[in-house]
Ligand binder design. Structure first.
Ligand code: NAD
Ligand code: TDX
Length: 353
């Protein structure tokens, strides 16, 4: 629809959520309500490029908080909900799963319940256009061997506390569609990379460790395969599914960029050799093979033909161009990295508390 709508985004201060919010403010005339708890992974600095827009509103809130979320639906009357808030890091889920259960499962359940109540209170066209997009991951499908791709019909087989919690939330979202006719859509996307990714995920870890002259940690033998998608391509796909997807359907999103971890790491090292040469030696010399992640999924690969054929989406960025842009972004934004990793981060500093 071309009419101006209100989009309620959860987790909009995170990596993908902030890319989506920046996209919505820049490329559409929709109003955006960004509800984010600001955990260690949420940073208002990532929204600075659009914070001045009068179509952008930030609320610090927890998706598990019933009264607050209900109040926000009543106050802002959204037309679309795009739910990204989650605990997202596999290694953290292995060290402690409680927050993953709380936010990803209990929080999603709470949001579904309150969004359904709100939806049922709508009438006429407002009710017809309402949609709830639940944003998920390819990790719910488990791991692949050397062959094959995840399709929307692939059986769920999550193997980490993180992916098990996401699988659970996907099942809840799907149940709300079948049981209550609540207008849910689900997306399952492969590994994202790009600007503003928190320095705990592989690509920013490699860039920052390399620049700091530290060991670059590669789990196991580095042959595990991930399918990489530039984050802005994901943001565009999410908006397209929210607008044009068929209610009750699931869409896999991926970039056809399968790479072994070691290939990715070496590619980043060689880009850095070019952009920021070391006085002696090469960044590759810092690569260190470390103890493997427990239950480390071997390979992920997405078959994205459904979203490509039915909705006409396809990635714009190649891995080669996207990874260069990403490395350059981290070189230019070391201050963002310092801000998001410091503990005394203050809301007042950004004037949006
Ligand atoms: P992220 O960790 O960078 O951001 C998560 C955001 O959610 C943070 O801003 C955090 O403050 C917020 N949040 C956490 N708990 C909350 C709560 N209880 N209430 C409100 N806000 C809360 O994650 P990301 O990488 O941007 O991922 C976003 C979503 O996309 C997640 O649902 C994730 O499972 C999914 N996903 C991620 C990838 C990827 O490669 N990063 C791939 C596919 C799907
Ligand atoms: O230091 C590292 N060394 C390393 O070899 C890190 C942090 C990771 N790895 C490996 C593990 C994985 O095979 O690199 C690969 C990518 O690791 P992560 O960046 O932690 O991502 P992954 O575990 O694949 O999960 C990501 O993609 C799917 C996101 O974190 C999830 O939120 C998303 O659902």
């Amino acid at each position: 629809s071309n009419k101006s709508e209100t989009v309620f985004v959860t987790g909009g201060a995170g990596f993908i959520g902030s890319a989506l919010v920046r996209y919505l403010i820049r490329e559409t005339d929709h109003t955006v309500i960004n509800v984010d708890k600001l955990t260690y992974a949420g940073h208002l600095e990532s929204l600075e490029p659009i914070t001045d827009s009068d179509r952008y509103h930030f609320v610090q809130g927890d998706i598990c908080d019933k009264e607050e979320i209900q109040r926000l639906f009543d106050e802002y009357q959204p037309d679309t909900v795009i739910h990204l808030a989650a605990e997202s890091h596999v290694d953290r889920s292995i060290d402690g799963s409680a927050e993953f259960i709380r936010t990803n499962i209990v929080g999603t359940h709470n949001l579904l319940e309150l969004a359904k109540d709100y939806y049922e209170s709508l009438e006429g066209e407002r009710k017809e256009i309402f949609r709830f997009l639940h944003v998920s991951t390819d990790e719910v499908y488990g791991e692949l061997g050397n062959e094959g791709f995840f399709k929307e019909t692939t059986s769920y087989d999550p193997r980490s506390p993180y992916s098990a919690s996401k699988a659970s939330s996907d099942h809840l979202a799907r149940a709300w569609f079948h049981t209550y006719d609540f207008p849910v859509l689900i997306t399952n996307c492969s590994n994202n990379y790009g600007p503003y990714q928190f320095p705990e995920k592989l690509i920013p870890v490699v860039i920052l460790k390399a620049l700091q002259g530290e060991d670059i940690p590669v789990y196991g033998d580095g042959t595990n395969v991930r399918d990489w998608l530039y984050v802005d391509d994901h943001a565009r796909a999410l908006f397209k599914v929210a607008q044009e997807g068929e209610i009750g359907e699931t869409y896999n999103i991926g970039g056809h960029n399968e790479k072994q971890n070691i290939e990715v790491v070496k590619e980043i090292c060689s880009i850095l050799d070019e952009l920021r040469p070391k006085a002696t030696g090469h960044y590759e010399d810092q690569i260190t093979f470390v103890t493997d992640r427990p239950g480390h999924d071997f390979r992920y690969a997405i078959d994205a033909s459904k979203i490509e054929e039915e909705l006409g989406w396809k990635p714009e960025e190649t891995f080669e161009s996207g990874i260069k842009k990403t490395v350059q972004w981290y070189l230019d934004n070391i201050d963002w990295c310092e801000a998001v990793t410091e503990n005394n981060y203050s809301l007042e500093r950004l004037g949006t508390a």
